[in-house]
Design a protein around this ligand. Structure first.
Ligand SMILES: Cc1cc2nc3c(=O)[nH]c(=O)nc-3n(C[C@H](O)[C@H](O)[C@H](O)COP(=O)(O)OP(=O)(O)OC[C@H]3O[C@@H](n4cnc5c(N)ncnc54)[C@H](O)[C@@H]3O)c2cc1C
Length: 345
């Protein structure tokens, strides 16, 4: 394998895959480094909104194939219950996917365009130098790779970003439990609940391949059981939930984004994109803005390859629309929910 690249991309989620696809098809020498073995698992509701399906078509030139979907394939939108129990219904056609398959599918398209991929290896150090970036990998040789630019698409954990910006961890913990059972709710919708008894952020319900999935997000992990129990009790009382069997449970993290969010675009020769930069829409919809920010970063690189300073300016400029979409979404949630209202602009 080579040592020198035009761009190294850390992280093979939808953000990294989009960036890799756009840059590789323009002829740049691109290396994607992914911490997990591929296809990697990602805790996710797997709701692909119409906007995301459009971005897959626009950036990757293909429709989302059935093989990455789970049942019910079609998602009809979101039903949102605010902190006072008031219901809002947003109708919009989308899809229901397993993230391991969806993300791997996007990455396979980037590979077809020429991107190289190393999986099962992390970026453990990054030197952001005047003329290039040097990264050290976690393999047994502690291999070193160099590139003109690093695009950090590492998701919520943000270890590379924190080492470069010296900033603190900023995320909520998500807990999802998967059950066999039945409930009187239409499985084609995604349901989000903002009642304070169920979570410190939001709680949600959806159906994947016949499994009933209940999630809560918390800042204090000692509260997970209490919130989950309250949520399950509410779903029993309100929607006739019966549980036969618990199939699995998982904890993950998500950036703690609020209506007053801040985006970190990059520093020196490193650009941040997707969740690590701070892109996340309300109710944890992060695939669309991850892909869009990955595209905006790639476009800035293509148009200003020789000028690191201009790249950051161009990336920020290219991101005005995705940032404004995110702002509008958060403002809408603030108007509907007191939980977020105090942070409205
Ligand atoms: C419980 C839950 C439910 C969600 N539901 C939805 C949903 O229904 N719809 C939606 O649109 N969004 C959803 N999201 C949000 C969505 O998953 C994220 O916003 C999206 O995955 C962000 O994409 P990304 O590429 O920026 O990061 P990720 O998808 O997290 O990808 C980052 C990748 O970087 C790798 N990595 C990390 N550190 C390193 C390193 N040092 N070196 C190399 N690789 C590294 C990771 O292993 C990972 O594969 C959900 C999130 C959670 C937690």
């Amino acid at each position: 394998m080579k040592t020198d690249y035009d761009m190294i991309i850390a992280g093979a989620g939808p953000t990294g895959a989009t960036c890799a696809k756009i840059l590789a098809e323009k002829g740049y020498c691109v290396l994607v480094i992914e911490k997990c073995k591929l296809p990697r698992y990602k805790s996710c509701s797997g709701m692909i909104i119409a906007k995301t399906a459009g971005l897959v078509k626009e950036y990757f030139g293909v429709e989302i194939p059935d093989i990455v979907k789970c049942t019910p394939y079609d998602n009809y939108g979101m039903i949102f219950v605010n902190d006072e129990g008031k219901e809002y219904k947003f109708e919009q056609r989308g899809f229901n996917v397993w993230r391991s398959s969806f993300d791997y599918f996007l990455l396979s398209k980037a590979k077809e365009s020429g991107a190289e991929v190393i999986d099962g290896v992390s970026v453990i150090d990054c030197q952001n130098l005047d003329d290039y970036v040097e990264v050290t990998l976690s393999d047994k040789y502690k291999s070193v790779k160099r590139a003109k630019y690093l695009i950090d698409c590492e998701g919520a954990m943000g270890a590379i970003k924190r080492s470069l910006l010296n900033c603190k961890k900023n995320y909520v913990v998500t807990y999802q439990a998967f059950y066999e059972g039945k409930i009187n709710l239409d499985p084609h919708y995604f349901y989000a609940y903002l009642q304070p008894a169920f979570s410190q952020y939001d709680a949600w319900f959806n159906v994947k391949d016949g499994m009933l999935v209940f999630g809560v997000a918390v800042e204090d992990i000692s509260k997970i059981k209490e919130y989950n129990d309250n949520f399950i009790r509410y779903m029993r009382d309100s929607y006739g939930l019966s549980i036969y069997n618990k199939l699995k449970e998982e904890k993950w993290i998500m950036p703690r984004i609020r209506p007053d969010f801040h985006i970190d675009y990059g520093v020196g020769r490193v650009l941040f994109a997707g969740e690590v930069a701070g892109f996340l829409n309300p109710m944890g919809e992060g695939i669309s803005c991850g892909m869009e920010s990955g595209y905006c970063a790639a476009k800035a690189l293509v148009e200003n390859f020789q000028d690191a300073k201009m790249i950051l300016t161009a990336y920020k400029q290219n991101s005005i629309e995705v940032k404004s979409y995110m702002q509008r979404q958060w403002n809408l949630v603030s108007l509907m929910s007191g939980k977020f209202k105090e942070m409205t602009l």
